[in-house]
Design a protein around this ligand. Structure first.
Ligand code: AMP
Ligand code: ZN
Length: 113
């Protein structure tokens, strides 16, 4: 298995999990860009947002809602947080297994770089 996130989810590579269920995990980012930087990752391997089908609508909804729950648990729900999905190289995607970045705990600029 060559996918880094599949290997972390399988326990072959270490990771710090903030949440896990049968459909998704929330992993602490190893190179945090803010005081809170976690990744909401589906257990099933989906390479990019371009590979989503209509059958994944529920899964994507769970990812977004889980991000909001973890943001609340981590104390940034009211101050604010960002939920980011990068698709392909120009957008900065480096791990080709979809993941939602949950970033918070500091003010952020717009537009993103
Ligand atoms: P992206 O660039 O959108 O594909 O995001 C990939 C994210 O995965 C980056 O924020 C990396 O810091 C993070 N990352 C890479 N390797 C690991 C790892 N072993 N454990 C946790 N996060 C990782
Ligand atoms: Zn994968």
């Amino acid at each position: 298995m060559s996918c880094l996130f599949c290997r972390i989810i399988a326990g072959e590579v270490p990771g710090t999990f903030l949440y896990q269920d049968d459909r998704l995990v929330v992993l602490q980012d190893v190179n945090p860009q803010a005081p809170l930087h976690a990744l909401v990752i589906p257990r099933r391997h989906i390479a990019t947002l371009n590979d989503l089908g209509p059958e994944d609508d529920g899964l994507v909804g769970e990812m977004v809602r889980r991000a909001a729950i973890v943001a609340r648990e981590q104390g940034v729900a009211e101050s604010g947080f960002r939920a980011v999905l990068n698709c392909n190289r120009e957008a900065g995607q480096t791990v080709f297994h979809i993941h939602l970045h949950l970033i918070g705990g500091r003010p952020m600029a717009w537009p993103p770089g």
